[in-house]
Design a protein around this ligand. Structure first.
Ligand code: NAI
Length: 306
């Protein structure tokens, strides 16, 4: 099994490390900066005997070297600076993602494409559009991360074990994302039973600002450990055909009352990509909030395609 990771920056290199160290797949790491992916690959190959993993990693600046990959993950592009919104990245990243998706799929025509670059839902739509792939084979990573952040905040607040917590965050990967406390539990107990609604509202808000909170602390760059781990579990579910149900940006053609858009909803991820989309019951208010998030994504899709 082979995964191409486009972009050897913070997210790309951390994902590459995770994939080889967990023996998920061999990795081809590609970046436009000469020497960068080659240097990281050599560093990770030097760790092979210490960490005891078998999978290999090579670095390259040429798409030809990525041929025959089963999954392609695009992390290439600019991250935001403190104070920027993800949407501010649209102009610069659209060209990068479109070119990366086209080139990578040219050499790996049967691959499943996972997009990480922001603004996430718009970049996923664009990658789908320029490659002409069936929509099940193009997926955006955001929901796993946003749900994991909410899990972390609930765990910290309750002193609970994060792996006992289940959360669900729908919608676009932006300020209008929709964390759904009704669907959040600790070992099956709804969090609405465990915390006052004011506390839940604070955790929801912190989740919406989770990326910005970390970016403000880091000053240079944005989060990458949790984003890389989140993309990693998606790759794993696909390559090992685990059929995990994970929130991810997928193509909606009528479900949730939305059409011709990529937006975060629960998907079953297996060897064919998105095997199923789950439609969870929403209250009228939640549905309105989801549609508001979709409208924001739609406006940027129009800009990206113009
Ligand atoms: P970074 O700046 O550390 O790395 C980006 C890399 O892309 C650089 O090495 C750069 O040389 C490379 N690159 C630029 N143009 C390229 C091209 N045309 N072809 C190949 N490589 C190219 O940024 P980082 O932190 O790795 O973030 C990458 C992207 O992922 C950003 O857009 C960021 O906003 C996004 N992101 C998305 C998340 C999500 O939840 N979907 C979470 C975290 C980051």
């Amino acid at each position: 099994l082979q995964v191409t990771v486009v972009g050897a920056g913070n997210v790309g290199r951390t994902l590459a490390q995770r994939l080889v160290q967990k023996n998920v797949a061999n990795v081809v790491l590609l970046d436009i900066v000469p020497g960068l992916p080659q240097g990281i690959a050599l560093d990770l190959m030097s760790a092979q005997s210490v960490e005891e993993y078998d999978n290999k990693i090579v670095g390259t600046n040429e798409y030809e070297a990525t041929a025959g990959s089963d999954v392609v993950v695009i992390t290439a592009g600019l991250p935001r600076k403190p104070g920027m919104s993800r949407d501010d990245l649209l102009g610069k990243n659209a060209n990068i993602v479109a070119q990366a998706a086209r080139e990578a799929l040219r050499y790996s025509p049967t691959a499943i494409l996972i997009v990480v670059t922001n603004p996430l839902d718009v970049m996923t739509y664009l990658a789908w559009k320029v490659t002409g792939l069936p929509p099940q084979r193009v997926i955006g990573m955001a929901g796993v991360l946003d749900s994991a952040r909410l899990k972390a905040f609930i765990a910290m607040k309750l002193g609970a074990c994060p792996s006992d917590i289940n959360t669900l965050v729908l919608g676009g990967h932006g300020d209008l994302m929709l964390p759904l406390p009704r669907y959040c539990t600790v070992s099956g107990v709804p969090i609405t039973e465990l915390m006052p609604s004011q506390t839940i509202a604070e955790l929801v808000e912190r989740t919406r600002n989770g990326g910005a909170e970390i970016a403000a602390l880091l000053q240079t760059g944005t989060a990458y450990y949790a984003p890389a781990s989140s993309a990693g579990v998606m790759v794993e579910s696909i390559l090992r055909n685990q059929s995990r149900i994970l929130p991810a940006a997928t193509y909606l053609d009528g479900m949730y009352g939305l059409k011709d858009i990529f937006l975060g909803v629960p998907c079953r991820l297996g060897c064919r990509g998105v095997e199923d989309i789950l439609e969870v019951q929403l209250t009228p208010e939640e549905k309105d909030a989801l549609h508001l998030s979709a409208e924001a994504v739609r406006r940027n899709i129009d800009v990206a395609l113009a």
